[in-house]
Design a protein around this ligand. Structure first.
Ligand code: ZN
Length: 406
């Protein structure tokens, strides 16, 4: 059985040990030591990392037989482990875990005190740190109050003790949460504030946690997920957000407290500008249609309107359809419109009273640009392929020829 140095002193960063056993786990080399400061994944806390005799330890896991495996990513020969070996923790990672784990105890106790909400889940990851509360609605004011309490506990720099009490001593301690594990209980007590059963690693005074900051509340069914940060990660988060706010206030030339109103104003302006543009664009389209009709080419009793748009003129496929409908409504008109570009479009239509079949004419046009589409005798459209204005013009000419060759 390995002596758990992390339970005796969470601040041990380097230690000497003897290798008891070499094992294989998922095809990787691993060692069991006679004592270790490496914390194995468990109780919501991720494993430590670091190195043993200079070889990176990428994972630490506790097996069913209670053996703590220090896992290496590379193949390791037994010769590398002449007794004794030296273990060295990635201290920044471990200390971050200690800050967040202790911070979690405090925040959980604070939410219970303020909102009567009990913590039913804890996740400590690289990207995200969360607790889940057993209530669906947590008021913003309650969240702020919990945050205030939590930070006051930090400012008071209270002692934190983690130990295995005997049965008599344990009976005297009121635990915040019923322990989920069997066997000997480890208690983590924040003096005068909270006591909970926990197997993780913690700081020894609350001041070391630094800031405890709730980032957001998210409702999850009948629970609430609280995203929070402690210590250096809270600082990083603040730095990032401060940068974002400073950038935005400079761009919008407003104070930070006016940002939401400024963005709302911009959104309203954009909405008004869009609707003004749509009105003007619609009017322009209408006049364009009238001009095209005046310039239509007569073929017997029929007027033919043929036009290629390049895409640079600000018209899209939707505009082509509107134009086509307007032109056809004028009576005795055959309409052949094209849009060049990465997704070229052909739109063919005619006035209702005319006999021409634009669907079969479209096929001839699409054959020129190798596009796809179809329609009815009175309206057909297609394209979808890249085509230059000249290619689209050639396609429309072929379609027109098909319409009038009968
Ligand atoms: Zn803990």
């Amino acid at each position: 059985m390995t002596r758990k140095l992390y339970y005796e002193d969470a601040y041990i960063r380097t230690f000497e040990a003897r290798v008891l056993e070499l094992r294989r786990v998922d095809g990787k080399s691993a060692v069991v030591l006679d004592q270790t400061a490496f914390y194995p994944t468990g109780g919501g806390q991720p494993n430590d990392r670091g190195e043993i005799n200079g070889i990176p330890v990428t994972d630490v896991v506790k097996q069913e037989d209670e053996a703590i495996l220090h896992v290496f990513d590379c193949e390791v020969s037994p010769a590398r482990f002449g007794a004794p070996v030296t273990g060295k923790l990635d201290w920044q990672r471990r200390f971050d875990h200690m800050q967040h784990h202790t911070g979690q105890h405090i925040l959980s106790a604070a939410f219970e005190e303020v909102a009567g909400a009990r913590t039913v889940g804890f996740h400590l990851g690289v990207e995200s740190v969360t607790i889940d509360l057993d209530k669906p609605h947590i008021k913003d004011a309650d969240c702020e109050a919990a945050e205030e309490i939590a930070n006051r506990v930090v400012f008071h720099n209270l002692p934190v003790r983690a130990w295995f009490p005997g049965d008599e001593e344990l009976a005297e301690i009121t635990l915040r949460k019923e322990p989920a594990v069997e066997g000997r209980l480890r208690v983590v007590r924040i003096e005068g504030f909270d006591a909970a059963a926990c197997g993780g690693t913690h700081v020894c005074r609350t001041g070391e946690i630094g800031q405890i900051k709730v980032l957001k509340l998210e409702r999850r069914g009948d629970k609430t997920r609280v995203e929070f940060r402690c210590g250096r990660r809270a600082l990083h988060d603040y730095r990032q957000k401060n940068y974002a706010v400073n950038t935005l206030t400079a761009m919008l030339t407003v104070g930070a407290w006016e940002l939401d109103a400024a963005v709302e104003r911009l959104q309203e302006e954009l909405k008004a500008a869009r609707s003004a543009f749509n009105r003007a664009h619609g009017a322009l389209l209408h006049y364009e249609g009238e001009a095209m009709l005046r310039e239509a080419v007569r073929r017997g009793a029929v007027r033919v309107v043929r036009r290629v748009f390049t895409g640079d003129d600000g018209y899209d496929a939707g505009d082509l359809n509107k134009l086509a409908a307007q032109l056809a409504a004028a009576g005795d008109v055959v309409v052949l419109l094209g849009l060049a570009g990465a997704k070229a479009q052909l739109v063919l239509t005619r006035s209702e009273d005319l006999p021409h079949n634009v669907a079969s004419a479209l096929k001839r046009g699409l054959a020129v640009i190798d596009g796809r589409g179809g329609g009815r005798p009175g309206y057909a459209a297609g394209g979808g392929v890249s085509a230059s204005p000249a290619q689209v013009e050639a396609a429309l000419c072929a379609a027109e020829q098909a319409l009038f060759e009968a």
